[in-house]
Design a binder for this molecule. Structure first.
Ligand SMILES: N=c1c2ncn([C@@H]3O[C@H](COP(=O)(O)OP(=O)(O)OP(=O)(O)O)[C@@H](O)[C@H]3O)c2ncn1[C@@H]1O[C@H](COP(=O)(O)O)[C@@H](O)[C@H]1O
Length: 134
């Protein structure tokens, strides 16, 4: 999946400077981040509605639109797909550490990054797996 998103990201970057009259992506860049954000939110709502209605085919179609609009917003915000993959790997590693902790109450490791320190601690209680963070 990440390959598809990375190819789409490159295509979006390539389309940014095309003619807005013929390129949706160029038109989104011309109209700016608030229009991109509005489109992304609309697509997210369309995915939710189709999922609630049990229409999985529509969820697939709208998810592709959602990912397209997300990629456009990434490009506009200077975010690269690999930045997001790195954050996902960091969380996976964090969760992995939490799950490997001894059953006794976890002592939170001294964390260097203020970002981690400011987050709710993942506490692996006795006999219970660390709850998924949302
Ligand atoms: N992957 C996509 C892609 N996915 C979805 N969309 C557009 O996003 C729309 C879905 O959002 P909506 O349903 O809200 O769109 P709509 O209802 O038709 O009209 P609006 O209200 O959005 O104006 C679709 O109609 C597509 O036109 C995409 N447009 C472009 N790409 C890719 O982006 C690259 C650049 O393409 P251009 O933008 O055409 O240059 C190419 O690789 C394309 O394949």
């Amino acid at each position: 999946m990440s390959d598809s998103l990375e190819r789409l990201y490159l295509a979006v970057l390539a389309a940014r400077d095309l003619d807005p009259a013929t390129s949706r992506t160029a038109r989104l860049f011309q109209r700016g981040p608030s229009k991109m954000a509005k489109k992304l939110a609309e697509e997210a709502i369309e995915v939710v509605i189709d999922a609630v209605n049990g229409d999985s085919e529509a969820v697939i179609r709208e998810s592709a639109d959602l990912l397209y609009n997300l990629t456009v917003l990434w490009a506009s915000a200077g975010v690269r797909p690999e930045d997001v993959w790195r954050e996902m790997t960091r969380r996976e590693d964090m969760l992995g550490i939490a799950e490997k902790l001894p059953k006794s109450r976890m002592k939170l490791p001294k964390v260097a990054s203020p970002r981690i320190a400011s987050r709710r601690p993942i506490v692996a209680l006795e006999g219970r797996a660390a709850r998924k963070r949302h």
